[in-house]
Write a protein that binds this ligand. Structure first.
Ligand SMILES: [Zn+2]
Length: 239
């Protein structure tokens, strides 16, 4: 059975807990695919084929070291033997979500990991700058986010679907990250367009949560309803 492994909670990240939850090495011990962010909110994390990539706010992609820290993330050991589905005429991220809905609506109360490859006519991503302590909230940090728009770029969308009841712990619905095929560009997806995509979807029934051991996490109230702020920070372009 495929297991979804998660580091920290989304509310902790929202409130500015950007400390290390786990190392890249241990996070990927039983997983090879997923998304997240690193210690200090230093770039967007894309885990592909067991490699930890970081898409930074200066528009580059670097490979992380095993000892580097993951602040928040969601990964799984992706089953590449599942059937490949084709999606056509994906004119926007909203259309992509609509086209994914039939795959999820059979059971929206479990998790899904998605990997989609293709050439994107448009790819609009963002990444955040690394933050210094005392850390700001994610909303404050994201107000300085850098956005990049690429045309005709090939690569992978790696995305996680979480059920609605995880509000506060992870992001309900879809959360998409991008990594170009040449591993030079990537980030958290704000918009996209593609004529055709090949995708594989893993339904996931097993969810493991790794919690931070740091004092900031210990002292926070993580019950606040941040859902409106979360939706804004994860979905919005700055302009
Ligand atoms: Zn993201």
């Amino acid at each position: 059975m495929i297991k979804m492994i998660q580091a920290s909670t989304l509310n902790a990240l929202m409130l500015g807990n950007f400390d290390c939850t786990t190392s890249v090495d241990s996070f990927l011990k039983e997983a090879d695919t997923g998304i997240g962010t690193y210690t200090g909110l230093d770039g967007e994390a894309i885990f592909e084929n067991g490699v930890a990539y970081r898409a930074t706010a200066d528009g580059n992609v670097t490979v992380m070291s095993p000892e580097d820290g993951v602040a928040f993330g969601t990964v799984a050991n992706f089953d590449t033997t599942v059937p490949v589905e084709k999606l056509e005429n994906i004119s926007s991220i909203e259309v992509l979500k609509e086209k994914l809905a039939p795959y999820v609506e059979k059971n929206p109360n479990i998790f899904y990991m998605l990997k989609a490859t293709g050439t994107f006519g448009k790819m609009h991503v963002r990444s955040c700058y690394a933050c210094e302590k005392p850390y700001p909230t994610l909303s404050e940090a994201a107000s300085h986010q850098k956005e990049f728009q690429y045309q005709n770029v090939s690569g992978s969308v790696i995305a996680v679907y979480c059920p609605p009841y995880v509000e506060g712990i992870n992001l309900p619905g879809w959360h998409f990250h991008f990594l170009s095929q040449d591993k030079t560009t990537g980030g958290h997806i704000l918009g996209l367009q593609a004529d055709s995509l090949s995708l594989q979807l893993n339904p996931i029934l097993d969810w493991e949560l790794l919690l931070p051991e740091n004092p900031e996490f210990a002292s926070r109230d993580l019950c606040e309803d941040l859902s409106a702020k979360t939706a804004a920070v994860e979905g919005n372009a700055k302009h």
